[in-house]
Design a protein around this ligand. Structure first.
Ligand SMILES: [Zn+2]
Length: 61
């Protein structure tokens, strides 16, 4: 299960750095993630404009 998890995590840490609201690029890629094994929720708060972004993935086996 860690294979899909790692792939998704990397994708967010490397490609979803730019805030769609203000265009701020968060070089730190401060995504936080929570998972219960079935789904993973990514959350990011823009340090510039405080826009919250959230993405939920559900893993299917
Ligand atoms: Zn922003």
């Amino acid at each position: 299960m860690s294979t899909s998890f790692e792939r998704v995590r990397r994708r967010y840490e490397t490609t979803e750095k730019k805030c769609p609201t203000c265009g701020y690029i968060d070089k730190e890629g401060n995504w936080t993630s929570e998972t219960d094994g079935q789904q993973i929720v990514y959350h990011h708060t823009c340090p510039s404009c405080d826009t919250n972004r959230e993405h939920t993935f559900t893993f299917t086996r």
